[in-house]
Design a binder for this molecule. Structure first.
Ligand code: HEM
Length: 209
């Protein structure tokens, strides 16, 4: 869980950086260049296979861990004061993870399937696939925008628990470095989903076009 989690965290960083190129606000030309590089570089393309395997492994391990925890304590606690023992999002990793799963299924079917299989209908001034135009079109739908924003709130809580946990699971505890990792984890968990959530919102509002 820790290794796949850290791998997915590094994917999020790269994905967020490339997508943030939309904020250049040049009609998507810079973003499409970034997407073109990511889509044609063979190292990145090979990593995509590892990414999907990692994602599936992470989801599978999450469900297995949840099932193991339930099996370890078949009868519920008579007195259960979760609030006193852990943060609510630590106890809700299953729920938050499932919300993210729904988002991912919608997300991948909206962008990735089109980009890799069915084809992007238009090209930009540089002759690159106009993935930006697909984003603008997708985020015209307020239901999709709401789903994305809610999913990013879920992602923030998921990361808030997961970031430092990954290091703990791997046994990487250190008197000096663990507090630094925790602080970086909190910043990462808030900033990255916030930047992601801003994308559908600014496009829906027509601030980026
Ligand atoms: C909310 C803002 C987001 C936007 C606008 C966005 C946009 C995109 C686009 C345009 C693609 C297709 C890239 C290509 O095929 O060249 C893509 C792929 C993908 N996205 Fe996102 N994404 C967002 C957030 C996320 C988040 C939060 C996750 C994970 C939790 C995620 C996971 C993926 C995956 C797994 C793929 C397919 C693999 C790949 O193309 O490398 N995305 N996204």
């Amino acid at each position: 869980m820790g290794i796949t989690g850290l791998f997915l965290i590094s994917f999020l960083l790269v994905h967020c950086f490339i997508n943030a190129l939309i904020f250049v606000n040049d009609g998507g030309v810079t973003f499409n260049m970034g997407a073109h590089f990511m889509g044609t570089n063979w190292i990145i393309r090979s990593m995509e296979i590892v990414l999907f395997l990692g994602l599936l492994a992470h989801i599978f391990q999450g469900f297995r861990l949840w099932a193991q925890n339930r099996a370890a304590r078949p009868e519920r606690y008579a007195v259960h004061d979760g609030e006193a023992n852990s943060k609510w999002y630590s106890r809700s990793m299953g729920l938050l993870g499932t919300l993210l799963l729904v988002f991912l299924i919608v997300h991948i079917s909206k962008f990735w399937v089109m980009s890799r299989f069915t084809g992007i209908p238009t090209e930009d001034v540089n002759g690159n696939h106009d993935l930006f135009a697909v984003m603008v079109e997708t985020f015209r739908d307020p239901a999709i925008v709401i789903l994305y924003v809610l999913a990013m709130v879920s992602l923030a809580y998921h990361l808030l628990h997961g970031f430092a946990s990954a290091f703990q699971t791997l046994g990487w505890n250190h008197k000096k470095y663990t507090p630094i990792i925790k602080t970086v984890g909190v910043w990462f968990s808030v900033l990255i989903p916030l930047i992601f959530a801003a994308m559908p919102v600014v496009m829906y509002l027509g601030l980026i076009k």
